[in-house]
Design a protein around this ligand. Structure first.
Ligand SMILES: Cc1ncc(COP(=O)(O)O)c(C=O)c1O
Length: 492
């Protein structure tokens, strides 16, 4: 199947690929596993070339999407690489890194019985909210973690400061002052396990059952879940190209207790809230004695110009509760985020927090604080901003070449995802189902709406898709779009 003759390996053109259409494991996963095992075990030599995806699909009697999904994943993992003019090849530099053969299987296999541990894989292409985990700053993190753990004090192993480590809270206040225009007292910063815990905590602290809560429409489902779980009455407020339409919120529920917004990078449409809307929103909160939750989940990644000032940076009446997270800038599994609280709310939120949890792992907080203080965080964010800009450009270029008829205005100045609008004749839920069968993890825009109006499109997380894997991943998506189009009589 793979032409390895020029490297001296046996030709594997006649190799049988054991694909089982009856297996609960999708065909693309079976093919992916077969190829991966072959590459890692050295059966397919570094540098050897794969047949074209079309001829592979034909030879294996599977759809091209199946082949594209398997090849795309292996490209994303760095085991295959695409070269212009010479097709897809097994990565050259694998020679030294190959896994031991089965005869020399690691002892772990024996300990686990006959089951082989699952190989580490990247998230499925376009998974939302997942950053470039392949570029996690392992070296610097491990060095600081080693130092912190070697010198760990009994104090760091005991219950930590209820608000979070002061060292980290100070690092955060300096960071938001420099990058977001926010002046905050470390006493008003609360370290939590991420934006999700922060949302639940403040909603619980503020609202009484049946209080109205404005939520952007379309909006972040996990925020809606936290509001509803705490008895809030969700009021979906439409979003246009300027962000939440504050006037509509006023018409729908002027006495709402809270508004939850993502002003830097609206989730999921990607628009940035204009200054005019920000001023309107702040004026409403002040007049109505209401609160604003500003979820600033990925504003570090603004590509064209400098990050905008946060809403909290404009707030001279202390109405904005600011949520920051390290899930996008470092890694979601770190589970570290923070709240910057208005002075009038701090005591109440601290008491509720103390009743439900202690602060996150102290040593992790100290490692993160060092990482920020020593300048690694700013450098990492800078490097990642450049990388995400490349990934976004690669996504847009591939979309333009694969689906030229759909090319429209793609709001993509910030963050790790963008939304590709689809005509209403192409239901996004069908495209997403088809794409999922081919191994992608895209989301249907229509499902983020709660009001009567729905737009149609697919939301694509490009943060976790390396540039080299983008054409393949977009190829799979475009095939799914074309297939749904063909079933509806639409050409795209
Ligand atoms: C809108 C929004 N807010 C917040 C988060 C981050 O949540 P957490 O800090 O709990 O990981 C995400 C992650 O995808 C998000 O999309």
């Amino acid at each position: 199947m793979i032409d390895s003759t020029h490297r001296g390996g046996a030709s594997v053109a006649e190799m049988l690929v054991p694909l089982d259409p009856e297996s609960p494991e999708p065909l693309h996963r079976q093919l992916y596993r077969f190829l991966k095992d072959g590459i890692l075990a050295g059966r397919f030599a570094p540098g050897s070339r794969l047949p074209s995806t079309r001829s592979l699909a034909k030879g294996l009697a599977v759809s091209r999407n199946t082949v594209l999904a398997a090849v795309g994943q292996l490209t994303a993992e760095g085991l295959l690489e695409g070269r212009v003019g010479s097709g897809t090849r097994v990565t050259d530099h694998l020679g030294k890194r190959r896994c031991p053969s089965r005869q020399h299987a690691p002892r772990q296999e024996t300990l686990l019985g006959d089951r082989k541990p699952a190989p580490p894989t990247l998230p499925r292409p376009f998974t939302l909210g997942v950053p470039a985990l392949d570029l996690f700053p392992t070296k610097q993190w491990a060095r600081i973690a080693g130092r912190r753990w070697r010198g760990v004090s009994p104090q760091a192993l005991s219950y930590g400061n209820r608000l979070g480590e002061l060292h980290l809270r100070q690092a955060i206040t300096e960071h938001v002052q420099r990058t977001r225009g926010i002046t905050a007292d470390p006493e008003h910063v609360l370290i939590v396990h991420g934006a999700q815990q922060a949302t639940d905590l403040v909603i619980r602290a503020i609202i009484s059952p049946d209080d109205d809560v404005w939520l952007e429409d379309p909006g972040y489902p996990e925020a809606a879940a936290a509001i509803q779980a705490n008895g809030g009455n969700l009021v979906p407020v439409p979003v246009d190209s300027e962000g939440m339409i504050v006037g509509q919120g006023l018409a729908l529920a002027p006495n709402a207790r809270v508004a939850y917004v993502t002003p830097s990078h609206q989730y999921p449409t990607g628009v940035t809230m204009t200054l005019e809307r920000r001023v309107d929103l702040l004026a409403w909160a002040s007049d109505a004695d209401a609160w604003i939750i500003e979820d600033d989940y990925d504003s570090e990644y603004r590509f064209r110009d400098r990050p905008l000032l946060a809403l909290r940076g404009l707030d001279d009446r202390d109405r904005v509760i600011y949520l920051g997270t390290f899930s996008k800038t470092i890694a979601p599994s770190l589970r570290l985020g923070y709240l910057i609280l208005p002075a009038a709310l701090a005591g109440q939120v601290h008491r509720l927090h103390a009743a439900t949890d202690h602060s996150p792992n102290t040593v992790d907080q100290l490692i993160l604080a060092d990482f920020i203080h020593e300048g690694h965080f700013a450098r990492h964010v800078h490097r990642m901003r450049q990388e995400y800009s490349r990934r976004r450009d690669a996504l847009i270029a591939s979309l333009r070449s694969e689906l030229p008829t759909l090319e429209g205005d793609l709001p993509s100045d910030t963050g790790l995802h963008l939304t590709l609008p689809l005509p209403t004749t192409l239901p996004d839920t069908e495209v997403v189902k088809r794409a999922a069968r081919a191994g992608l993890a895209v989301a249907p825009l229509s499902q983020y709406y709660r009001g009567e109006h729905h737009e149609n499109g697919v939301v694509l997380g490009f943060g976790c898709v390396p540039v080299e894997a983008m054409p393949m991943a977009v190829g799979v998506l475009a095939n799914a779009v074309r297939k749904v189009g063909a079933s509806k009589g639409v050409t795209c």
